[in-house]
Design a protein around this ligand. Structure first.
Ligand code: ZN
Length: 222
């Protein structure tokens, strides 16, 4: 009730991203979805307890990042020669071989962007609980929209799988613990895409502002 009052007071309109039909400022009910009455496109999903799940998933992702980036992913050996490859080793090898741009791109898409994405999600989901952090959280949501497109863990995973299949005929290839952590990281990354609903963050801020306005108005009333 309080929510719909806040939404209607904002005067914003929601448009269908497929057919541009204006639908007012309706939000999907918690755990449900909002469907366009004209083209049946899903306009808004509202995962239940979005902020709590996102906080748990993003903190788990940050913790899992340490073993995924530092433990060996694959162990490749030919006769007596063998080498263990970690996520960071691969990047350093590219740097060492002179592929500066390629190494920078791999470093950014497979380490910096996914880590920053988890970090921003953890900050947004925990920071929106405090009114003092409203402005930094709003900025973090904007940054999240830019950085999320660059986090390409699944592309890196595809490269590892191709290497695993192609090089099996050349020598002995053993999957190491880092790869399991990396798969877990990729699953967590995709789960955060499903759980995070930025509308929940805006609604929480709007409710807090409305409550503060009511309190202020109550304070000045004689
Ligand atoms: Zn539509």
């Amino acid at each position: 009730m309080e929510q719909s009052a806040t939404d209607s007071a904002s005067g914003w309109q929601r448009a269908c991203h497929e057919c541009d039909l204006l639908l007012g400022n309706n939000n999907a009910p918690p755990g449900g979805k909002l469907v366009c009455p004209r083209c049946s496109a899903v306009i808004h999903r509202n995962p239940a307890r979005s902020i709590h799940y996102t906080a748990a998933l993003s903190i788990s992702g940050l913790l899992l990042f340490i073993p995924a980036a530092t433990l060996p992913l694959l162990n490749f050996s030919i006769i007596a020669f063998g080498s263990e490859n970690t996520l960071l080793n691969g990047v350093f090898s590219l740097f060492g071989a002179g592929y500066i741009w390629l190494a920078s791109l791999v470093l950014f898409c497979s380490v910096v962007a996914p880590f920053t994405r988890f970090l921003l999600l953890a900050f947004i989901s925990l920071g929106c609980l405090w009114g003092a952090l409203d402005r930094p959280v709003s900025r973090a949501v904007r940054w999240y929209q830019h950085i999320k497109e660059w986090a390409m863990l699944d592309v890196y995973m595809l490269g590892v799988l191709v290497a695993l299949i192609k090089m099996q005929s050349l020598g002995k290839m053993v999957v190491e613990s880092g790869l399991y952590c990396f798969v877990g990281l990729m699953v967590l990354s995709n789960l955060t895409l499903l759980s995070f609903d930025q509308q929940s963050v805006w609604r929480r801020m709007a409710r807090r502002r409305a409550a503060a306005a009511v309190t202020d108005a109550g304070g000045v009333t004689p």
